[in-house]
Design a protein around this ligand. Structure first.
Ligand code: ATP
Ligand code: MG
Length: 243
């Protein structure tokens, strides 16, 4: 029997794009056709500038969110600089619609918080203005109170605001929501979040876009090596710098 999840099963590229120009000049974007998502969590990883936010934003737009983020009901004007990628993306969706949804992006969360104050939508964020909470507190309030379950959640670097302990708490919340019928797509650099087991990890790099295991990621390897040998690694780093 066909399952309700994933709500967003895959994305496909329409014909007619110019692979020489932005955003298709980004190798991972050129490789987007037929990208399938995990029913629980799909992670986007890769170097800065490899195209993760560009793709997540395009997915958000075709799924009915505004480019700056928030729920589907929030219609903030885009802040300019849209890549146009969404015009070339065809989503393949489940027969069942998600009951809830949110696009959380670190870079424009401030604007969403301002809009929430303006409209007085504070109940869903724990009853307090997001501007009166710290960056990390407001992110956690969103995860804990605003995300209601059975939803499609798109998160761009949620760890940007979170301490390591809060990242562990975020993992617990993500797992609860997954068990309650939610699907996540998360762009991240966090070796803690990436450890989530019910997930598919997609690397964006100069070869394009492909799936890897957690232990194959640089995030895992570099962090583990550094923490196990940080004194030696620092000596090496600084002496290389002096040479
Ligand atoms: N309007 C534009 N024209 C040309 N290139 C652009 C434009 N906007 C963004 N880019 C480039 O597209 C690339 C992908 O950017 P994107 O923000 O998707 O990267 P990212 O993988 O999310 O990086 P990070 O990990 O730093 O968040 C970057 O090299 C960026 O400079
Ligand atoms: Mg980004």
């Amino acid at each position: 029997m066909l399952k309700a999840k994933p709500y967003l099963r895959s994305i496909h590229l329409k014909d007619g794009y110019d692979c020489e120009s932005y955003p298709f000049s980004i190798p991972a974007v050129a490789n987007l056709d037929n990208l399938t998502f995990h029913e629980d969590v799909t992670f986007f990883v890769g170097e800065n500038g490899s195209g993760k936010s560009t793709v997540l934003e395009a997915i958000a737009l075709v799924m009915g969110f505004s480019a700056q983020g928030g729920t589907k009901n929030l219609d903030l004007s885009d802040a300019g600089g849209l890549s146009g990628l969404h015009e070339y993306i065809k989503p393949k969706k489940s027969y069942e619609h998600p009951k809830d949804g949110y696009f959380l992006r670190a870079e424009s969360f401030y604007n969403v918080a301002t809009a929430m104050d303006y409209y007085g939508y504070l109940q869903g964020y724990g009853g307090r203005s997001l501007h009166n909470q710290s960056h990390g507190e407001s992110f956690m309030a969103t995860l804990l109170h605003k995300f209601k379950g059975k939803g499609l959640y798109l998160l761009d670097e949620p760890e940007a605001a979170l301490s390591p302990a809060r990242q562990l708490a975020a993992l617990v919340r993500i797992n609860d929501l997954v068990e309650d019928g939610s699907q996540f797509i998360i762009a991240t650099h966090s070796p803690i979040l990436l450890a989530y087991p019910r997930a598919k990890i997609l690397i964006f790099d100069s070869d394009g876009l492909y799936e890897v295991k957690y232990e194959q990621t640089e995030h895992f390897a570099i962090t583990r090596d550094f923490l196990n040998n940080y004194q030696k690694r620092l000596e090496r780093l600084f002496s290389d710098e002096l040479e």
